[in-house]
Design a binder for this molecule. Structure first.
Ligand SMILES: Nc1ncnc2c1ncn2[C@@H]1O[C@H](COP(=O)(O)OP(=O)(O)OP(=O)(O)O)[C@@H](O)[C@H]1O
Length: 325
């Protein structure tokens, strides 16, 4: 469905110099620097996938989304999405995609949200009946009843984001590109937005490409992650694989009847210790959690034990370190 091959994109920016003399010189002669935002990016995405497109600030995520949505033209490379070249066949192509840029609004600021929806219906030439059933569903599932009559400028960020997502789906697109859709949302709104993305993917088979810095978004939604750093594709694979590769640490917290003897267990490191509780970090490649618990129960009278997996956030930090990005 989506196929990128050898995509590169650079930005040319004028160097700014300080001082009056330099500013005068710049009137006649401008020096430029080139930023290589994307270098030889290739990947394919199948229909119905939810792909998390991740990487640190400035990695090239938004640039890729802009190329895939036809806003930017790459310097070199091929991009075919549903048979279209996004920046060449824009008019036909955009009928098939929805785009949300968390940082920018596609809604008209001063008019009630519902009027923006109507305008988008006309732009995309959505038949009235189809529009009615889509909009009713969107209003209900994204809980927009109370806010659709308000102008966008009066909405909170979370309310606006829910409207943005609805706006991107009015024409029933087959693919949606979400660039940081949960940025600045409270916990409840984040969960609602994630749930909604999951539902349209499951029930309508919508393909989702999601960029985010919130690893909980990735964990909740994406089966596959593509990692980009300094414009280069570094990892493309299953989230579970990533976890296996980098997430071999588990944290065991054990509560026990008072014990003042030191506890040392091979393959573990004590993160904290009191006469009633120990928190151990264990490397599951060296020792199994069950072996640690057996060791512990031989030494102390165990009252409670919990085992936690390393949060996905830590795994990603480790990954960024590994690739030095
Ligand atoms: N319009 C532009 N003009 C010049 N440079 C740009 C432009 N847009 C992006 N860049 C540069 O290209 C690189 C990639 O930027 P991009 O916005 O794609 O990164 P990103 O991964 O989306 O980052 P973030 O997570 O911070 O949003 C950065 O170095 C950025 O400064």
């Amino acid at each position: 469905m989506i196929h990128l091959e050898g995509i590169s994109k650079s930005y040319k920016i004028a160097k700014r110099s300080s001082g009056l003399r330099q500013a005068a010189k710049a009137l006649f002669y401008r020096e430029h620097t080139t930023i290589n935002a994307l270098k030889d990016i290739s990947f394919s995405i199948k229909q119905g996938e939810i792909v998390g497109y991740i990487g640190p600030n400035g990695a090239g995520k938004s640039t890729t989304i802009k190329i895939m949505s036809g806003i930017l033209v790459p310097d070199t490379g091929k991009c075919t999405i549903m048979g279209y070249t996004p920046w060449k066949d824009r008019t036909q192509y955009v009928k098939n995609i929805g785009v949300v840029f968390g940082q920018r609004s596609q809604l008209w600021w001063d008019v009630p949200v519902i009027d923006s929806f109507e305008l988008l219906k006309d732009i995309y030439k959505v038949p009235q009946q189809e529009y009615k059933s889509t909009i009713d569903l969107l209003i209900e599932t994204l809980e927009l009843q109370e806010i659709v009559q308000s102008p966008v400028r009066q909405l909170s960020l979370g309310q606006r984001m829910r409207c943005e997502i609805a706006a991107s789906l009015i024409h029933n697109p087959k693919i949606i590109f979400l660039d940081e859709p949960t940025i600045g949302l409270d916990a409840v709104s984040k969960i609602a937005v994630r749930q909604f993305i999951k539902t349209i993917n499951k029930e309508k088979g919508v393909t989702v490409i999601l960029t985010t810095h919130d690893m909980n978004d990735i964990e909740a939604l994406a089966d596959r992650v593509i990692l980009i750093g300094k414009g280069t594709l570094l990892y493309d694979g299953n989230l579970e694989e990533l976890r296996k590769q980098f997430g071999t640490t588990k944290i065991i917290t054990a509560d026990y009847a008072k014990n003042t003897d030191p506890i040392q267990i091979p393959g573990t490191a004590a993160l904290s210790w009191t006469p009633e509780r120990i928190v151990l970090s264990i490397d599951t490649e060296r020792v199994k959690p069950s072996e640690v618990i057996t060791h512990l129960s031989n030494k102390v009278e165990l009252l409670d034990v919990t085992i936690e997996t390393k949060p996905i956030e830590d795994i990603i930090v480790q990954l960024y370190k590994e690739y030095q990005i």
